[in-house]
Write a protein that binds this ligand. Structure first.
Ligand code: IDP
Ligand code: MG
Length: 138
């Protein structure tokens, strides 16, 4: 069974949208396989976002992700990686389609890093790598 890593980012937790995000995942029919509220540290985030190192938004992204608690989730189901990316919507919440998490619940805040409520793995390789970073116990 395919698995993906979902993160409810600090903006989502601060705005009490954890239940809303989990509810959309569950209503779609995916299963929550693991879940934890945690404070991510720099080392973990640098590993997680390694592909973005050197980009102008990298440091703001790491700072933002450390700005408060996050919720890390492993969701499970056939084609869940692609399916959750569709539920999340486009990276830029201004253009993310209404009906998606980002399109319905986020907007441009004028910050250096886009605050868009959720992360979702983008491939089987990323999912495997990211799940092992956030859930080494699995
Ligand atoms: P994704 O989260 O939709 O997969 P990525 O390109 O992997 O998007 O970028 C990771 C995160 O970095 C995004 O979710 C967003 O928070 C932030 N980000 C991506 N591109 C930009 C940008 O051009 N400006 C500011 N922040 C960005
Ligand atoms: Mg990404």
């Amino acid at each position: 069974m395919e698995r993906t890593l979902i993160l409810v980012k600090p903006d989502g937790v601060k705005r009490n949208l954890v239940g809303e995000v989990l509810s959309r995942v569950e209503r779609k029919g995916y299963t929550i396989a693991a879940l934890k509220l945690m404070q991510a540290d720099r080392g973990l985030l640098v590993q997680h976002y390694a592909e973005h190192e050197g980009k102008p938004f990298f440091e703001p992204l790491v700072e933002f992700m450390m700005s408060g608690p996050i919720v890390a989730v492993v969701a499970e189901g056939n084609r869940v990686i692609e399916g959750f990316r569709k539920l999340a919507g486009a990276t830029d919440p201004t253009v993310a389609e209404p009906g998606t998490i980002r399109g319905d619940l986020a907007r441009d805040q004028g910050t250096k890093v886009v605050q868009n409520i959720v992360h979702g793995s983008d491939s089987v390789e990323s999912a495997t790598r990211e799940i092992s970073i956030f859930f080494p116990e699995l």
